[in-house]
Every structure is written in structure tokens, then in C-alpha cells.
Design a protein around this ligand. Structure first.
Ligand code: G
Ligand code: G
Ligand code: MN
Ligand code: NA
Length: 257
């Protein structure tokens, strides 16, 4: 209850912050995008990580205003990078609840439209990360929403790919651009034959379906070497950089050019 009370005030007190983690093209090391990851700097509790409050934000509906803030802040930042001659993609995580309308609150599509208009960010520089579970619920409305978002030129990626309980049929039904291989498959890729087989198979499938593929949780060179030998073009993880504040992310970008 106390956490909820604090979370309700977090937005107006300006306690929410975005960190950014680079997404890197494996063959040349260039940064092609940044994933925005939220942090909460509370005066009493210190830095609170999203795993500790996103669930609560979903249950209380606070994820709607928080999610809109994340989208706006991330797009503003990406627009600033674009204007500075560094036109990289910005990836924003969406929760299940953000797909469904709350009473008196606008739909996701309207928020995306507003933010793009307000920030003047090119739509193709925005990528929305959704989970397999989003694709499984309310099939028809989800498909409608995704098609409308896609028509704006915005990209759609599937986060934590391979860990959900969904069927692969959604890969042809939904307008997807990118799969992000969950880090649990990447972790032991150098030693575990099953993980190697799974990642190889996902890479081949993504290639044939013309989906971009990002490996998450890349922590060392040997993992990268294996991924480079697959049809996996992009990587993200501590090996390149942990999620960092905007200033540091800008510095990483300037170095990458
Ligand atoms: O860095 P990490 O601890 O940031 O993220 C933990 C989890 O929180 C991940 O599953 C991530 O997708 C989620 N997350 C991070 N930022 C956001 C956000 O802005 N919105 C939503 N819905 N989830 C987020
Ligand atoms: O669910 P999602 O993929 O959006 O969240 C990514 C989560 O993984 C975040 O908590 C982020 O901080 C974390 N993360 C990013 N890079 C690495 C990595 O190289 N190793 C591990 N273990 N976690 C990572
Ligand atoms: Mn993500
Ligand atoms: Na993920």
C-alpha cells in the first residue's frame, strides 16, 4: 500500500528516469538502436528497479500514465539524437495493460500518434516491444491495434522471444519486424548444445520470415562469436553496455559513429 502511494506521486514528483541500452550490429559494432528501460529514483527508497513496480503499476492502472510518460520521454530523446545526426531507433517496452483501454483513458494508438506529432520523431525510428502474452489475448483487437500502429510506420518487436506459451502461428498473423531472443537462451550458448540448437533454429527461421533478430543478454566475446556465425545480426547486453543514463548513452553513440 505504501509503495502504491509513492508510485502515484512518482510521475508528478519527477522521480521516474529512463536509462538506455545499446543495440549493436554484430558485424561492425555500430549502435543501431537503444532500448529505453525505466528506473524510479525515490527519496526514501533509493533506486527502485522496474521488476519491483511495473507489476503494481499494471494492477493499479498507473501503467497507463507511466507508459505514456515513457513513450514521450524516449521519443524526445530519440528526436534529439536524430537532430544531432545520430538517427538511431528507440525501443520502448509495452505492458499488456497498455493495449487495453481504461475508462476515461485513451487508447495506445492515440498516445503513439500524439507523441509522434509532438516530438516530430520519424515513426520508423520508434520500435514498440511487446511480449508473446500480449499477442495471445484479445486476438482481434490486438491485431487491429498492431496493424494501425504499423500503418503509422512504427516498428513492432517481440520481446523475450521463446519464453511465452504462444504458438508460432502468430509470426505470420501479426505485422512484426523484429524478434528479440530471450537472454536465457544466450546465457549458456557456448556450452549448452540445446541452447545452440534453439538459437540456430530461431536465426534460420527469422531469416526466412524476413524478421530482424536481436540476441539479448550478450555478456562476452565468445557468445558474440557464436551469434556472428548465425543469421543473427544484432546483439544487446552487458558486453556492449549496461543500460545507462541519457548523457552516457549520447557519449556511447558519438563514439560509435
Ligand atoms: O533493466 P531491467 O531491470 O530494466 O528491466 C526489468 C523488466 O522491466 C524488463 O522485463 C523490462 O522489459 C521491464 N521494463 C523496463 N522498462 C519498462 C517500461 O518502460 N515499461 C514497461 N512496461 N516495462 C519496462
Ligand atoms: O524484458 P526485457 O528484455 O525488456 O528486459 C531486459 C532486462 O535484461 C533488463 O532488466 C536489463 O537490465 C537486463 N539486461 C540487459 N542486458 C543484460 C545482460 O547482458 N545480462 C543480463 N543478465 N541481463 C541483462
Ligand atoms: Mn525489452
Ligand atoms: Na527481453
Amino acid at each position: 500500500l505504501k509503495l502504491e502511494h509513492h508510485l502515484r506521486q512518482a510521475l508528478e514528483l519527477g522521480e521516474l528516469v529512463l536509462h538506455y541500452q545499446p543495440q549493436v550490429k554484430i558485424d561492425n559494432g555500430c549502435i543501431i538502436g537503444m532500448e529505453a528501460l525505466i528506473r524510479w529514483h525515490n527519496h526514501a527508497m533509493g533506486i527502485v528497479m522496474p521488476d519491483q513496480f511495473i507489476g503494481l503499476a499494471e494492477e493499479t492502472g498507473l501503467i497507463v500514465p507511466i507508459g505514456a510518460w515513457v513513450l514521450r520521454t524516449a521519443c524526445k530523446q530519440a528526436r534529439a539524437w536524430q537532430l544531432a545526426g545520430m538517427p538511431i531507433r528507440i525501443a520502448v517496452n509495452l505492458s499488456g495493460r497498455q493495449f487495453h483501454r481504461f475508462q476515461d483513458q485513451r487508447q495506445l494508438l492515440d498516445v503513439v500518434l500524439d507523441v509522434l506529432k509532438e516530438t516530430e520523431l520519424s515513426p520508423e525510428l520508434l520500435e514498440l516491444e511487446i511480449t508473446e502474452s500480449i499477442l495471445m489475448h484479445k486476438l482481434d483487437t490486438t491485431l487491429d491495434t498492431l496493424n494501425q500502429i504499423k500503418q503509422l510506420g512504427v516498428r513492432i518487436s517481440v520481446d523475450d522471444f521463446g519464453t511465452g506459451y504462444s504458438s508460432l502461428s502468430y509470426l505470420k498473423r501479426f505485422p512484426l519486424d523484429t524478434l528479440k531472443i530471450d537472454k536465457s537462451f544466450v546465457k549458456d550458448i557456448c556450452t549448452d548444445a540445446n541452447d545452440r540448437a534453439i538459437v540456430s533454429a530461431i536465426s534460420a527461421m527469422a531469416g526466412q520470415l524476413k524478421l530482424e533478430l536481436v540476441a539479448e543478454g550478450v555478456e562476452d566475446q565468445s557468445q558474440l562469436d557464436f551469434l556472428g556465425g548465425q543469421q543473427c545480426n544484432y546483439g544487446q547486453g552487458y558486453f556492449f553496455s549496461k543500460p545507462v543514463p541519457a548523457e552516457q548513452a549520447s557519449a556511447l553513440l558519438r563514439q560509435s559513429l
